[in-house]
Design a protein around this ligand. Structure first.
Ligand code: ADP
Length: 358
């Protein structure tokens, strides 16, 4: 069993509601095991700068329900360089940081792997609102962002109904349309477009025209930001114009963007964050690292980071030569099973949205 005296923790990349709940859980669990915790401010950039603050149970006593990340976040390309890594490891050693917990998305996990291979055992926690990590069914922040999105759509729907108007809403999700799908179902959107599936624009336009003919006044259309025109411009804005041209109905556009990253985390995000974070501390103490905490079929499990990253590339059809070489046939089967599960989930949600969206 490893004897850790001090764990470092940071939040990195895109922020997500529930990151603070992770930090609180790590601190409380670690102290219960007699381990100190130090916070690194501003993600990997803060590690390179040596921007460290000791975290006590007192200092995290009121953060479980707060949004954003009180440790701050950043993107830090320098961390992916040899020199950046050398400085980061030196800072860890100088400050007696024996292990790290890194909260973020896939980029953050790449950093955690690099740290592990440079002698600082690290574990990743999936804090990212768009649920775009294939190896886990759930990422911390998704539930809050969906609820925020739906609350905002509800407000738009009121005014759309008053004025017999359509509102196209662009929501976050570059590679993964789950925010769009959940939001569309929960808000009764008449159409939803996501990056993972072809969008039948002609059918959507006909449906909107038919609904209006039958007396429907306000309508909502949800589009994930990852859907773009061939020139890379946002498809949601194009669709707004086409709906108005085709149907003659006044159609507005709204981009929710970063607003749905904020806000107090829901109970789901607070509990999943606490569960994953507490388990991560236990695993470090058991001598395990280079894993990301995942929720699979309702259970919290640890998954090898390399496996998680490559499963993601497989899902996104972005595999590079040699990516699969280091995995056994069983592991490759597990990746394919995860991808099949994800595809079933997307298909199911897409179908529900199509069936009930009126
Ligand atoms: P996210 O973690 O939300 O996916 P990013 O992709 O921006 O966000 O990654 C967060 C940070 O992780 C980056 O700014 C960088 O410091 C670090 N990182 C990303 N890729 C690598 C890599 N290949 N090696 C080491 N660190 C990386």
């Amino acid at each position: 069993m490893a004897t850790f005296r001090k764990i470092g923790i940071l939040t990195s990349g895109g922020d997500a509601p529930g990151m603070n709940a992770c930090v609180k859980a790590v601190v409380n669990k670690a102290y219960a095991l007699g381990i100190e915790v130090v916070g690194i401010r501003g993600g990997y950039a803060g590690l390179i700068r040596g921007d460290l603050i000791p975290l006590t149970q007192q200092s995290v006593s009121n953060v479980i329900g707060t949004g954003g990340t009180f440790l701050y976040s950043s993107r830090c390309p320098e961390f992916a360089t040899e020199e950046g890594m050398r400085v980061a490891v030196e800072i860890c050693k100088k400050n007696q940081i024996d292990a790290m917990i890194c909260i973020g998305g896939d980029g953050t996990f790449r950093g955690a792997t690099d740290l592990t291979f440079h002698g600082i055992p690290s574990i990743g926690l999936p804090g990212t609102i768009d649920n775009d990590i294939t190896a886990t069914d759930y990422t911390i922040g998704l539930d809050t962002s969906i609820n925020t999105t739906v609350n905002m759509i509800d407000c738009l729907r009121d005014t759309c109904e008053s004025h017999a108007r359509i509102n196209v809403v662009e929501v976050m999700g570059r590679h993964c349309g789950q925010i769009a799908l959940y939001a569309a179902i929960a808000s009764g959107a008449v159409a939803v477009a996501i990056p993972e599936r072809p969008f039948d624009e002609a059918a959507a336009l006909d449906k909107i025209r038919a609904l209006r003919k039958n007396g429907k006044r306000g309508m909502i259309v949800v589009v994930a930001e990852g859907l773009t025109n061939p020139d890379g411009s946002p498809y949601a804005e194009t669709l707004t114009k086409r709906i108005e041209e085709y149907t003659g109905i006044s159609t507005r556009f709204a981009r929710f963007a970063h607003v749905v990253r904020g806000g107090n985390p829901t109970v789901r995000d607070r509990t999943t964050a606490s569960d994953m974070a507490s388990r991560a501390v236990e695993l470090l103490v058991e001598g395990k690292s280079n894993v990301v905490m995942c929720e699979l079929d309702g259970e919290i499990r640890d998954v090898d980071i390399a496996f998680a990253l490559i499963a993601d590339r497989m899902y996104k059809n972005k595999l590079k030569d040699g990516d699969l070489d280091r995995f056994s046939a069983d592991e490759l089967d597990s990746m394919r099973a995860l991808i099949a599960k994800r595809n079933r989930e997307i298909d199911r949600l897409y179908q529900v949205a199509a069936d009930v969206g009126f």
